[in-house]
Ligand binder design. Structure first.
Ligand SMILES: [Zn+2]
Length: 144
């Protein structure tokens, strides 16, 4: 059984720009190609776990700090108007993952509009891997 989260952690799949942040429990990287939105990041626990409620106390305790730091870095790096954070895991991507979705200048207000548009057939914000790599590097620089 292949797992995209485990593939990224093991280095079998390389998101554009590579790993942005990695610590004992978490790995942050850009969403994988084909990229639907520049700056759409994904945070995954380094352990294969399929439910947020099944995170260990250590994973849970470090989730807050890594989430706030990632959101702040992403917002600063791309001058985003808002950072939406959500976990919508399920088939086929069972590995727990948190989406960090920047609302960039010119995008519609409202999380549901952004999510629906991003995942629509039209893919209006799709970008080249090179743009995603640049965004990933900017987040890496903004990390503190
Ligand atoms: Zn996994």
């Amino acid at each position: 059984v292949t797992c995209l989260g485990c593939d990224v952690i093991a280095g079998r799949v390389r998101p554009p720009g590579g790993v942005i942040h990695e610590d004992e429990h978490w790995l942050l990287a850009h969403s994988v190609s084909p990229v639907l939105l520049r700056g759409w990041l994904v945070l995954v626990p380094k352990r294969h776990v399929e439910d947020v409620g099944a995170l260990t106390p250590q994973e849970a305790a470090t989730l807050g700090p890594v989430t706030t730091t990632a959101a702040a870095a992403l917002q600063a790096a791309l001058a985003a108007e808002r950072i939406y954070v959500c976990s919508l895991g399920g088939e086929p991507h069972l590995h727990v993952h948190f989406h960090f979705i920047p609302r960039l200048s010119g995008m519609p207000r409202g999380a549901w509009r952004v999510l629906a548009t991003m995942w629509s057939e039209e893919r209006p914000w799709a970008c080249a891997d090179e743009e995603a790599e640049t965004a990933a590097e900017a987040v890496r620089q903004a990390w503190r």
